[in-house]
Design a protein around this ligand. Structure first.
Ligand code: PBG
Length: 332
């Protein structure tokens, strides 16, 4: 790009006024870019706080309906559901994951009936249901790939049957997108979408989430490094995305978000597919910690953190700030 130099060009000219800054802004965040991750619990009229995520709660289904209605009224297009499973229902083989009447399936059925306009995304991974806290089945301490695929596909099926719109495999097993796509198609769910957690890193930023779904203790210091990606890799993220798209993913996700903006940018510019980021629990906790201390301005910084995803190339972002951001967008 060639442009005359100073003093003919003065980039500060367009920054003088609010209206001219608005006019030349390249990227914008709107409410339709927001996906709200929510935690579901058993019981009636129950709402428990997640200690490491100030302002985030686990909701029983009856209370969740009202929350989701509020999200819909604000214009949020979709939610992502995560269950806090009763520890008594956690087993080595994750059989609760494939129970058509599990907490997630119940929530999907009721939400689809009560707030039909809201898109529902369900996670496919076994960690909320396994006694060992891993996303797949464990044999001799190793998370086995191909045996896990069978259970994951079954989990996707019960969720699709319950009325879930988007299946989001977050397990990082090889071949799972294709395996799930085939299973969905064979059962007549050819219109059920897949948003794959395509580039999901073995990150320390998931800590508070594991607390929220009650899987921290289960993992017992174990790591997910044999299936989630190594933080040092970039090319491998492109290979993951390429495979997932070839296997039938409609949308891809990068996770965590803010520490991986380079990955988002490269994936969007390489494939041009619908691309999403997950601003994960640890990012949320970190920001809230600084907000609570008064070290960062809450409204400004949370909006800036979300706009960064749009600038990096995301079509949308999963964020625990979704409701708050939607309200802020409304007020301007
Ligand atoms: C489960 C899953 C995790 C998250 C989303 N789905 C945790 C993990 O992989 O251990 C993390 C989300 C967050 O930290 O907000 N497979």
């Amino acid at each position: 790009m060639s442009q005359p130099s100073y003093p003919t060009t003065r980039l500060r000219r367009t920054r003088q006024f609010g209206w001219s800054r608005n006019l030349v802004r390249e990227h914008e965040l709107t409410v339709t870019d927001l996906i709200w991750p929510v935690f579901v619990k058993t019981g009636q009229s129950e709402k428990t706080p997640v200690d490491s995520m100030p302002g985030v709660f686990r909701w029983s289904i009856d209370l969740l309906v009202d929350q989701v209605q509020q999200a819909a009224d604000l214009g949020i297009p979709a939610i992502a559901l995560f269950p806090e499973t009763d520890p008594a229902k956690k087993t080595d083989d994750a059989r609760e994951a494939v129970n058509p009447n599990n907490l997630i399936c119940q929530a999907v059925r009721i939400l689809k009936q009560e707030v039909p306009e809201m898109g529902i995304i369900c996670d496919v991974a076994l960690d909320p249901y396994t006694s060992h806290g891993h996303d797949g089945l464990c044999v001799d301490g190793y998370v086995v790939n191909d045996q896990s695929l069978e259970v994951l596909a079954q989990q996707a099926l019960v969720q699709a049957e319950a009325g879930c719109d988007v299946i989001a495999p977050s397990d990082m097993m090889d071949g799972r997108v294709g395996f799930i796509r085939k299973a969905l198609d064979a059962a007549g769910f050819e219109n059920t979408m897949i948003m794959s957690y395509a580039a999901k890193y073995a990150s320390g930023f998931y800590g508070p989430f594991r607390d929220a779904i009650g899987s921290t203790g289960n993992l017992a210091g174990g790591s997910k490094k044999t299936y989630q990606m190594d933080s040092g890799n970039t090319d491998e993220a492109l290979r993951e995305v390429e495979l997932d798209l070839a296997e039938g993913a409609d949308m891809v996700m990068i996770k965590p978000g803010m520490p991986y903006l380079d990955i988002i940018h490269r994936i969007k510019s390489t494939f041009g597919a619908p691309t999403f980021a997950y601003q994960v629990s640890g990012e949320y906790a970190m920001l809230c910690g600084a907000f609570e201390k008064g070290w960062l301005d809450r409204d400004q910084v949370l909006m800036e953190s979300l706009l960064a995803f749009r600038r990096a190339g995301c079509d949308g972002v999963l964020t625990y700030f979704a409701m708050e951001a939607a309200r802020l967008l409304r007020s301007v």
